[in-house]
Design a binder for this molecule. Structure first.
Ligand SMILES: Nc1nc2c(ncn2[C@@H]2O[C@H](COP(=O)(O)OP(=O)(O)O)[C@@H](O)[C@H]2O)c(=O)[nH]1
Ligand SMILES: [Mg+2]
Length: 294
């Protein structure tokens, strides 16, 4: 995740050297964190925690505050639910991808299919974004390019039926991983959310369990919008994690911290470009260190 270098340049600058630890420093720190796209609430919580720690440990220099802040960020980012994407295990293991239009869903799915295929797994893509004909075509092009199977119906078909058929086909053919693409926009937002929960229900019926992963894709360049989207989708389907696409296109990475802190969702995948290889696992340690690198 080299591209992240210097995202926290201002925070780093503020805390480098031998500045005394006082209220002014903490106020400026909070300001810097908010400028790096961390929500006001999470920034306040972070600064409170750092302040508390600095009091307990009698930290006197800003450099020590920097180390303390790094530790706290890492703690937040690794806490809670498992942060690694499930490997294909049960045949089929099902990966449901959701998110608004244009965030990078289909591209992320193609990248993941490519990763699984390179590891020797058999992959099937499920074209459950039936709302736009172009969406089915786009997924088919990726399936051909990556060399994996595809189940599709006609544009406008019931996406639940596509998912059901995909899982049935996967069981019949001994497929390792089914990756489901879904619509990011319907006539209304409530339609979309209803459709997604229906798709999740159909997965459960066809599979006898929940989808193994339900991943929300967000666009890292949209800042706080991504956090709002995460809140809305989480209310419709039980999410297991987030894929953060387009991290190569942003100078800010604070939403990673906010999504983790306010929604409790682990970031599992990171998109760093438009090519098939541009997909990384999220590594909290590396992420936090990179934020502060200059
Ligand atoms: N730079 C960059 N572009 C991306 C990334 N992921 C997706 N894109 C681009 O974002 C646009 C929308 O992607 P798409 O997968 O169609 O989004 P969807 O509507 O959510 O399925 C396309 O032009 C992609 O090439 C990424 O990680 N980095
Ligand atoms: Mg798409």
């Amino acid at each position: 995740m080299r591209i992240l270098k210097g995202l926290f340049g201002k925070v780093d600058q503020l805390l480098t050297g031998r500045r005394p630890v006082d209220d002014e420093l903490f106020d400026e720190l909070e300001e810097c964190l908010i400028q790096a796209d961390i929500s006001i609430r999470t920034a306040a919580k972070l600064v409170d925690t750092v302040r508390e720690e600095s009091r307990k440990k009698r930290l006197r220099e800003s450099e020590q505050i920097k180390e303390s802040l790094k530790d706290i960020l890492k703690r937040i980012l690794v806490s809670g639910a498992d942060a690694t994407l499930a490997e294909p295990k049960d045949k089929p293991t099902v990966y449901l991808f959701v998110g608004v239009n244009g965030v990078g869903k289909t591209t992320t799915i193609a990248k993941l299919a490519h990763r699984f295929k390179s590891k020797g797994y058999r992959v099937l893509l499920s074209a459950a974004d039936t709302f736009r004909a172009a969406a089915i075509d786009q997924l088919e092009i990726w399936a051909d390019r990556v060399g994996v199977e595809l189940v599709k119906h006609r544009p406008g078909a019931d996406p639940g039926a596509v998912v059901f058929d995909s899982i049935q086909a996967a069981i019949a053919r001994g497929i390792d991983a089914v990756i489901v693409d879904t619509a990011g926009r319907l006539h209304t937002k409530s339609n979309l959310m209803e459709e997604l929960s229906k798709i999740a229900r159909i997965c459960r019926k066809a599979l006898g369990r929940d989808p193994d992963e339900t991943i929300l894709v967000v666009d890292a360049t949209t800042g706080h919008n991504a956090v709002n989207q995460a809140r809305e989708f989480a209310a419709a389907v039980p999410l297991t994690g987030v894929a953060l696409a387009k991290l190569d296109g942003t100078a800010k990475g604070g939403i990673v911290v906010t999504i983790r802190d306010e929604l409790g969702l682990p970031i599992k995948l990171v998109g760093t470009g438009e090519k098939l290889d541009d997909l990384d696992d999220f590594d909290a340690e590396e992420f936090v260190n990179a934020l502060f690198e200059t």
